[in-house]
Write a protein that binds this ligand. Structure first.
Ligand code: NAP
Length: 502
């Protein structure tokens, strides 16, 4: 057998027994990711190159195997139990991919007796998450308890303070304490992964921190709450009301018994504030997000929007403006043909607009045990491989203070639905107030089919009027609506939904 043939055989045997990919072999042993592919196609490396690579293979074979990465998981609910199940079931495959064994050695939850469908007999049980976080028996702490303060915060801090890497899926914790935790992590040379905290199974944090690390982001927007998207999708597809859709979402386990956090837009605001920091290099400012939920959206809005070529989605949007950075969460009219309009049901999507790649849309499951555990695993992979990136993309001392652009300075199109008394001069008064505020109307639509009855003034009939504006300032719209209300021609609160140009 020729030298070159035995060289090729040695490499193929090495790759097979080690479970390496040809690319990994090429990059690590030959400094060229295509080396093995070229070799297979007949390339004959010089003898000194062959000697160097054979020596590197010999050293690799003699090197002691990397010690297993010992993981402690606090919280064995939906996500935690799924993560432990995957780590136990797929141990061999995961070890092959990471090049190092990953073992759950300790866990923590409230109830020891609950059946979680996982085997915890061979792992150490802790009742106290902080004790687990500090335990000498783990190398990496995974927090899957939830909650912005309490045991989750105490345990994550405890681990980071002793330089132990942490992975968490906890958006509330990150939104409230993300900058402080990133600082503790950096001061103690520990990694902090939170891929699962935004949009569940969609790898948006990694994309922003690494893939688009050098890009300048102009706008980020997305559907980040599956409960709201499920409700709006069903309202649109089936013509049923908000309350009925919410009740179904609760029955199916998509919505909590108290749905305020989801349907009020606050969950989306938490996630958006984390993305804003990663996109614009500023501190996380979860309490400076303009938030409107979806509870006031009616079938009339869904129907009129559809007739005008739009769908209504709850979007979280952050963008630079002349006054700072806008962070807003609100129901939004999006053109039916846009990519985001096609994201239905419990699915999530995040769109990133950058100077270099224009728009990137990442879509996928935003919640649920397996998708969320998959993102937790992605962070574990990075830590096992020794990847090091500042938690918020740039070192925390480089983050700029968040400069909030006032909502009244927001410019965009508006959908306005009014219930006006059917009396002479009502429509003219509305139009004149709009013109007086300098608002240019794209269309004015009267919908007799959506006529409502006014319980307080039974002898006055009401007509539904819908106005679509060209791009205008939020402040102008609000001022015009206040004057319209004072004129006394309308009944009830006007409905105002922002239109996003996509
Ligand atoms: N579920 C999702 O689809 C999803 C998606 C993205 C992000 N996340 C985030 O992932 C995290 C976990 O969510 P989850 O849905 O898995 O929650 P979950 O099902 O409610 O599970 C929470 C777990 O934490 C344990 N726990 C609560 N308080 C504790 C304490 N004081 N000490 C020790 N253990 C405690 C509970 O123990 P017992 O079981 O004994 O009660 C339970 O096992 C949250 O931060 C959530 O926001 C979840």
């Amino acid at each position: 057998m020729s030298d070159i043939t035995s060289f090729r055989d040695a490499i193929e045997a090495f790759i097979t027994t080690r479970g390496w990919t040809p690319t990994r072999f090429g990059r690590q042993m030959a400094g060229d990711p295509l080396f093995v592919f070229d070799l297979r196609e007949g390339r004959e490396p010089r003898s000194d190159t062959r000697t160097r690579i054979l020596k590197a293979m010999q050293e690799q074979a003699e090197a002691p195997a990397a010690a297993p990465l010992r993981i402690g998981v606090a919280g064995l609910g939906n996500v935690g139990a799924t993560l432990v199940r995957i780590l136990q079931k797929d141990a061999t495959e995961l070890t092959r991919k990471i090049g190092r064994q990953v073992v759950v050695t300790a866990v923590c939850a409230r109830s020891r007796s609950k059946d979680r469908g996982i085997d915890t007999t061979a792992v150490e049980w802790f009742d106290d998450p902080v004790a687990l976080a500090k335990s000498d028996g783990i190398d990496l702490f995974v927090e899957l308890i939830g909650g912005e303060d309490g045991p989750a915060l105490a345990a994550v801090r405890a681990a980071l303070e002793i330089g132990r890497p942490v992975v968490t899926a906890n958006k509330a914790l990150l939104a409230r304490h993300g900058v402080a935790l990133a600082r503790i992590a950096e001061d103690n040379n520990a990694q902090l992964g939170f891929e699962a905290a935004v949009a569940g199974g969609i790898p948006v944090i990694k994309t922003l921190r690494e893939g688009l690390g050098s890009a300048r982001i102009a706008r980020v927007y997305g559907i980040m709450n599956g409960t709201c998207n499920y409700i709006l999708t069903r309202m649109g597809n089936e013509g049923i009301g908000f309350a009925e859709c919410l009740a179904d979402a609760q029955k199916l386990g998509y919505a909590e018994a108290d749905p305020t956090f989801d349907v009020g837009g606050f969950d989306t605001a938490h996630k958006l504030s984390i993305l804003t920091s990663l996109c614009f290099g500023c501190e996380i400012a979860a309490d400076q997000v303009f938030v409107e939920g979806i509870t006031s959206i009616t079938q009339a809005d869904i129907k009129v929007a559809a007739d005008l070529g739009y769908k209504i989605k709850l979007l979280g949007i952050a963008q630079r403006s002349a006054d700072g950075i806008e962070q807003r969460v609100h129901p939004t009219l999006v053109p039916k043909g846009s990519a985001i309009a096609g994201v239905d049901g419990v699915m999530n999507a995040v769109a990133l607009e950058t100077d270099q790649v224009h728009e990137l849309l990442l879509a996928g499951p935003g919640a649920g045990g397996p998708p969320t555990a998959s993102s937790v695993l992605s962070d574990i992979f990075d830590i096992a491989r020794g990847t090091r990136v500042p938690p918020l993309g740039v070192p925390s001392h480089e983050l700029t203070p968040y400069q909030q652009a006032p909502m009244k300075a927001h410019a965009g199109g508006y959908y306005i639905r009014l219930n006006a008394k059917d009396v002479p001069g009502a429509l003219a008064a509305v139009a004149s107030r709009m013109a007086g505020a300098g608002i240019s109307l794209e269309s004015v639509i009267q919908r007799p089919d959506l006529r409502v009855t006014d319980a307080t003034q039974s002898n006055v009939s009401i007509r539904t009027i819908v106005l679509l504006t060209h791009s205008t300032l939020e402040q102008s719209v609000r001022e015009a609506l206040a004057l319209i209300a004072a004129d006394g021609f309308i009944v009830g609160e006007p409905q105002l939904i922002r239109i996003e140009s996509l």
